[in-house]
Design a protein around this ligand. Structure first.
Ligand SMILES: Nc1nc2c(ncn2[C@@H]2O[C@H](COP(=O)(O)OP(=O)(O)OP(=O)(O)O)[C@@H](O)[C@H]2O)c(=O)[nH]1
Ligand SMILES: [Mg+2]
Length: 216
């Protein structure tokens, strides 16, 4: 038992050391990086696709999936600069994967760098990648109790996107409960209810991102 704890501790310390190097890299390039985390299918790639309509290649994305380059393909087709990490079974990204992905990337045109983590509401929450902020994405079809049930992410997230609000008439989902539970877990977290499909609420999220853009 004690051995397991030691191994976990050393894995986490090794990850944190590389995350610190990533943070220095981002600072040197003037980039304030977001780490987008959610269950599979909450709409992470859809959010980035819609952002790419405004940003084009000024939006750089490192996207993680267990298998396939489908998300990076979607983002490139939408005009963003995208790199895919295939974890080969791993359920989250780690700092070393990001460090490796950064090497061939160019940031001359980049205003914003966003990491789309592997779809998983648990494992990615505790891995520091060197980002400035973690952003949780919750879609209304997943249920309004998820922040209370999965506090690891919602405690650490500085912003929470509640996506698919176009579906609110068809599902039982109390935004007030999400607002209340998120505030209990992290009183500083900002909530952005929006729909990637209709665009409703998206301007608030874009404004938040504008405040994080790299300065000219
Ligand atoms: N109705 C509705 N559907 C949406 C919205 N946003 C995304 N979707 C749909 O939800 C599905 C999943 O969206 P993705 O953007 O692929 O989700 P993801 O979080 O990137 O998924 P993974 O990368 O597999 O974890 C797709 O069929 C989208 O079209 C929305 O605002 N409203
Ligand atoms: Mg995706």
């Amino acid at each position: 038992m004690s051995e397991t704890v030691r191994i976990a501790g050393s894995v986490s310390a090794a990850n944190d050391a590389i995350a610190r190097q990533n943070r220095l890299f981002f600072a040197a390039h003037g980039l304030r990086v977001l780490n987008l985390i959610s269950s599979p299918g909450s709409g992470k790639t859809s959010i980035l696709e819609r952002m790419a309509l405004t940003y084009g290649e000024k939006l750089a994305v490192i996207t993680g999936d267990i298998q396939t380059t489908l998300d990076a393909d979607r983002l490139k087709a939408a005009g963003a600069a995208a790199v895919q990490i295939e974890t080969g079974g791993g359920c989250h990204l780690n700092a070393a994967m990001i460090q490796k992905a950064l090497k061939p990337m160019h940031f001359e045109a980049t205003r914003l760098l966003i990491i789309e983590n592997v779809g998983n509401l648990v494992c990615p929450s505790t891995f520091d990648l060197g980002e400035l902020h973690k952003v949780a994405v919750l879609s209304v079809t997943e249920g309004d109790e998820k922040p209370a049930k999965y506090p690891a992410l919602f405690t650490r997230a500085d912003a929470v996107i509640v996506n698919k609000i176009d579906l609110l008439p068809y599902v039982s989902f109390a935004m007030a409960r999400v607002r209340e539970d998120c505030a209990k877990l992290n009183s500083a977290a900002k909530l952005f209810p929006l729909s990637c499909t209709t665009g409703e609420g998206f301007e608030g999220w874009m404004e938040y991102c504008k405040g994080l853009e790299r300065l000219e």
